[in-house]
Design a protein around this ligand. Structure first.
Ligand code: FAD
Length: 378
């Protein structure tokens, strides 16, 4: 097969990890070709809940807190410029979380979020405790069993599909390209990747960026390195409430509800160790809806609009993998965004773009060095 294209950087994967990298590479005058076998954001990057809470999650507060806050600031800058540049409105916005307890067991979780938001390491975040009546006055549709709550202010939200598409559009507007084909293998030479073999011929590259989400394990075999990313399945049920939508993220009784700009409420989500199975299950739908209706009984009248499933890329220590691939001169990895890949996308994308362009970055990538998995069997 002949080499018929060239790119400064070939990126395998058109999710948030690949598109954000292409965007920040383009800002530095480096042309990337994204190889995506499906559509841009066809996997988790297009089906996530779009929550941007930079204060809580696996890997918080250390080592991910600094990266998360950097990324959150980058999101806020991006939503001032990216929609105007691309014409894609992805509804990036500040929002709040209404978190309630339906029984005593859930009260400690409220305390944790209260303390976390009130001790946030930078301004813009706070939380207040709500008595039962306060919570019900904010959301009268809440379950009458609610025993208390908190309101946490300062996090963000967006539409992940459109955000990823906007990054790809801005990157291509600055010279990047997208090939709609699968990466099938690599041509190697002298400790380097010379080209990527695709369904449409070979693409010669100055550097290769692996951003294939939970499918990175296919690529690890081509290079005999370990990229231990595993899929964690998540199903979401989108409903149209009979009344108005939500103005905030609502959490309680095992249910999380995400407010969408079109009035839909996305309820979810499951965490299933199911390999690469993407089937939609009755069990998941019934469980998600049962918990949602318990939290907000009026949702029993809601119309189910869609059920989705996608796979989070999760590493054994739940930390992303961002940096140069051990043992290879021109190979880089950007993956492992776990449940926070949209939040962390700008920081991960700029971090890896800086490393490719200049060998270092001012993004905090603590805990994300690919070398921590060197020596593991691929
Ligand atoms: C239910 C659910 C809810 C979520 N909610 C949130 C949230 O609220 N906030 C948040 O920050 N994060 C959330 N996430 C996490 C977030 O969606 C992911 O971390 C993120 O989208 C991962 O992006 P990625 O680019 O690494 O991978 P992906 O989006 O999976 O993209 C990888 C791409 O690589 C392509 N690919 C793979 N192999 C090849 C190949 N050989 N050739 C060509 N293309 C290839 C795939 O087709 C895919 O498009 C959620 C995830 C799930 C599942």
């Amino acid at each position: 097969m002949t080499t018929n294209r060239t790119a400064d950087v070939v990126i395998i994967g058109g999710g948030i990890a690949g598109c954000a990298a292409a965007y920040y590479l383009a800002q530095q005058g480096i042309t990337a070709t994204i190889i995506e076998r499906d559509d841009i954001a066809a996997a988790a990057s297009g089906y996530n809940a779009g929550g941007l809470n930079p204060l809580e999650g696996h890997g918080w507060p250390e080592p991910l807190q600094d990266m998360a806050l950097q990324s959150f600031r980058m999101h806020r800058e991006l939503w001032e410029s990216l929609p105007a540049e691309t014409g894609i409105d992805y509804h990036g916005r500040l929002t709040s979380i209404l978190k309630v307890a339906l029984d005593e067991d859930e009260l400690s979780d409220l305390d944790d979020t209260l303390a976390t938001f009130n001790r946030a390491p930078e301004p813009g975040f706070y939380a207040e405790r709500l008595e039962r009546e306060d919570a019900l006055s904010i959301e009268p549709r809440l379950c009458p069993d609610v025993i208390g709550g908190i309101r946490a202010v300062g996090n963000g939200a967006l539409d992940g599909l459109e955000f990823t598409q906007a990054l790809a559009a801005a990157a291509t507007g600055r010279g990047a390209s997208v090939m709609s084909t699968a990466a099938l293998g690599l041509r190697l030479g002298n400790g380097r990747v010379e080209s990527v073999v695709t369904g449409e011929g070979e693409v010669a590259c100055g550097a290769l960026l692996i951003a294939a989400g939970p499918w990175c394990r296919t690529v690890e075999q081509w290079l005999d390195i370990a990229i231990p990313v595993n899929p964690l399945k998540g199903q979401i049920v989108r409903v149209q409430p009979a009344g108005p939508g939500l103005d905030y993220e609502l959490i309680g009784g095992g249910s999380s509800m995400y407010a969408k700009s079109d009035g839909l409420i996305w309820c979810g989500s499951t965490e299933e160790d199911a390999g690469f199975d993407l089937s939609l299950t009755d069990d998941a739908r019934e469980k998600i809806l049962r918990m949602a209706v318990r939290l907000m009984p009026s949702l029993s009248d809601a119309a189910v609009v869609e059920q989705t499933a996608c796979l989070r890329p999760v590493t054994p220590d739940w930390l992303p993998i961002v940096g140069g691939a051990p043992g290879w001169d021109n190979v880089y990895i950007n993956t492992g965004g776990q449940k926070k890949g949209i939040l962390l996308g700008p920081a991960m994308g700029k971090g890896i773009a800086d490393i490719i362009a200049a060998g270092s970055t001012d993004i905090s990538l603590a805990g994300c060095d690919p070398a921590r998995f060197a020596g593991r069997a691929a």
